[in-house]
Design a protein around this ligand. Structure first.
Ligand SMILES: Nc1nc2c(ncn2[C@@H]2O[C@H](COP(=O)(O)OP(=O)(O)OP(=O)(O)O)[C@@H](O)[C@H]2O)c(=O)[nH]1
Ligand SMILES: [Mg+2]
Length: 383
């Protein structure tokens, strides 16, 4: 979590094999947010920092919506997409001043799928992989995609597909390790929340997060443990880490022969909540349960987290002092992480009434996660 001018920056890393649906996912995420119907009701707008990239994503989306064609493959393309989540301006300047920040930035890193499946061809290529991996180290959350199409192609012998997916991935990580760690010293900053996400979930009408978790446990428990071990070697204090403890279903559209129904999406509305507020909740839990070394604690709970917590609780008062007071409150993170149910709805309603769109948006994200959990589209770590 990084603070940048008056925007709070969050990164998310998406790992998936070639063809697993990464480009369609980001296109559908962005394109749907440009629809008039979204803009009419939403408290925020999603704007691509690079206009050209934004229009390419929207073109991908329109191609699906209007022509039933999926975007071209983007083999070997390593791409980061930066989006600003711009909040509607509060109507009065006093309310605007009370906001600790005015926008969220989401940086979405695509890790090229082919890199799991093929060895490196030469030193230059090896260096490119390391550089790409380094660029996503600032992400709190990583999504590891299980390709729904390939899973379905392996019906009855899913373990074969899952084993190859997870072991390719683990091996890919091992091959980067020496280059990524200086003198073998584990990293403090590294994605610590690894969510297993089923892409193309529309191919499984009866799937839910519990069934998905059970399928992984039944068919790939050993491979997941191996992956946990490999990932743990990258970080200082791996007890503050959750690998394959959270599960998400994703479908970017309903794909039918000759037709792509983009309005039927699953889980995409949870991407922003997952990037923006899930880490705060998890970090609060870790810092309470574990005696984290100061360096690790500061890296995962920093100034950005405190700003976010202040914004989420809506505790800030107009004027710079109001923001500072909220930030100084020792329990602000805990308080934000604990907000749930009626209390959350109350803070949300109050924020809407006061036209505090920042608090309204963040509490809405928190409510979306709760709703997603009820609908079994997301399952958060039970630990
Ligand atoms: N049923 C279904 N099919 C999907 C979905 N998303 C993607 N697909 C299909 O999967 C194909 C590949 O998706 P891409 O997004 O291009 O895959 P990618 O991960 O970007 O692949 P690379 O660029 O090669 O790494 C698409 O052309 C679609 O046919 C989905 O949500 N549901
Ligand atoms: Mg792609």
């Amino acid at each position: 979590m990084q603070e940048k001018k008056s925007a709070l920056e969050q990164h998310i890393a998406v790992f998936g094999e070639s063809g697993s649906g990464k480009t369609v996912l980001v296109s559908s995420f962005y394109g749907a947010a440009q629809e008039a119907s979204f803009l009419k009701d939403s408290l925020y707008r999603v704007v691509a920092d690079d206009i050209g990239q934004g229009s390419r994503l929207n073109r991908n989306y329109l191609g699906m919506r209007d022509e039933g064609t999926a975007p071209d493959v983007t083999r070997f393309a390593l791409t980061s997409y930066a989006f600003s989540i711009k909040l509607k301006d509060p109507p009065n300047p006093k309310a605007a001043k009370a906001q600790p920040f005015h926008a969220l930035r989401l940086v979405w890193h695509d890790y090229p799928g082919d890199w799991f499946e093929q060895g490196v061809s030469g030193e230059e290529e090896a260096q490119r992989r390391v550089d790409t991996f380094r660029s996503l180290l600032g992400s709190d959350v990583a999504l590891l995609l299980v390709d729904g199409q390939r899973l379905r192609d392996h019906a009855g012998e899913e373990e074969r597909y899952l084993k190859s997916l997870l072991s390719n991935f683990a091996n890919g990580l091992i091959s980067l390790k020496d280059k990524l760690l200086d003198d073998g010293v584990p990293l403090v900053q590294f994605p610590r929340i690894w969510i297993m996400a089923l892409s193309k979930a529309d191919l499984f009408p009866d799937m839910d997060t519990f069934k998905f978790r059970d399928l992984l446990d039944l068919k790939a428990a050993d491979d997941l443990n191996e992956l946990r071990k490999v990932l743990a070697e990258f970080v200082q204090d791996p007890s503050a880490m959750s690998v394959a403890e959270d599960f998400l279903l994703l479908s970017s559209a309903k794909f039918e022969p000759g037709r792509i129904e983009v309005t039927e999406r699953v889980g995409l509305d949870l991407v922003l909540p997952v990037a923006a507020v899930l880490p705060l909740e998890r970090h609060a839990k870790w810092s309470k349960l574990q005696q984290l070394p100061a360096k690790v604690a500061e890296s995962i709970i920093n100034g950005g987290s405190r700003l976010l917590a202040a914004a989420l609780t809506g505790k800030t008062r107009p004027g710079p002092l109001g923001v500072i007071l909220a930030l100084l409150s020792p329990d602000i993170i805990e308080e934000a992480a604990q907000m749930a149910g009626d209390k959350l709805r109350e803070v949300n309603a109050e924020a809407i009434a006061k036209q505090n769109y920042l608090t309204a948006t963040l509490t809405r994200f928190q409510m979306d996660l709760d709703k997603g959990e009820e609908a079994r589209i997301i399952l958060r770590s039970l630990r």
